[in-house]
Design a binder for this molecule. Sequence first.
Ligand SMILES: Cc1cc2nc3c(=O)[nH]c(=O)nc-3n(C[C@H](O)[C@H](O)[C@H](O)COP(=O)(O)O)c2cc1C
Length: 255
Amino acid sequence: MIFYFSGTGNSKWIAKQLADILQEKLVFIPEAMRNAISDYEIADEEKVGFVFPVYSWGPPPIILQFIEYLTFKGYNNQYLFFVCSCGDDTGLTQQVFCSAIAARGWKCAAGFSVIMPNNYVLLPGFDVDSKDVEERKLNNAISRVAEVGRIIGGREELFQCKEGSFPFIKTKVINPLFTKWGISTEKFHATDACIACKRCEKVCPMSNIVMIGWKPVWGTDCTSCLACYHACPQRAVQYGKTTKKKGQYFNPNEK
Ligand SMILES: Cc1cc2nc3c(=O)[nH]c(=O)nc-3n(C[C@H](O)[C@H](O)[C@H](O)COP(=O)(O)O)c2cc1C
């Protein structure tokens, strides 16, 4: 079984590739939570995976909430792994994830990062990758995911995450600030360029956007995945003034 979360399709693409290689079932975490499905029966030979993007050098809060919420029927030390997608580096994502798993009495046997095109644009200085870099990352990811699938298929106990520089400061200092202040829908709005196509409403993994009249309105249940911003065909979805000159990205296989 592979549990996954994804905003702009990178992690969804990885989860689908791995489900194919490993012949495991996929579970989309926001849907499971919406439908209040928390109990999962796992067979003795089954592998249990979590696939998610890195948010501010840690797992997104929804992943940690889901781990707290989840119960396994038939847990017997099955092989449990995670794969995180990131634009650059993971900080101490591995440690945070493994601690959350250990707090439930389970064991994380393996974890990997896969470098994918960047989708974070909300702070000054952050933007999507150039088309060259985007293409190179997408190409490299094909062999990387195949390799990760091979390692997981062999049940190897191995961790390969690209921590990057200053991982402690990034994960232990910046991440808590991001979780407290960086996730908010207050500044999201649609400009007059909006054509009411409802694409933002459809791509929001949290079902947090509804059309009221001809304009999207954001609720409070946001993960800051930025799917609404990146999927808008008119570039009408904006976040305050910071995104005005930023680029857009959505995984080409998951559009
Ligand atoms: C809120 C937010 C925070 C992010 N923080 C990081 C980060 O700390 N390190 C990193 O390398 N990439 C970071 N990214 C980039 C994403 O992890 C990356 O683009 C990922 O592949 C997106 O996955 P998705 O398409 O499945 O949503 C961040 C993206 C978002 C939206």
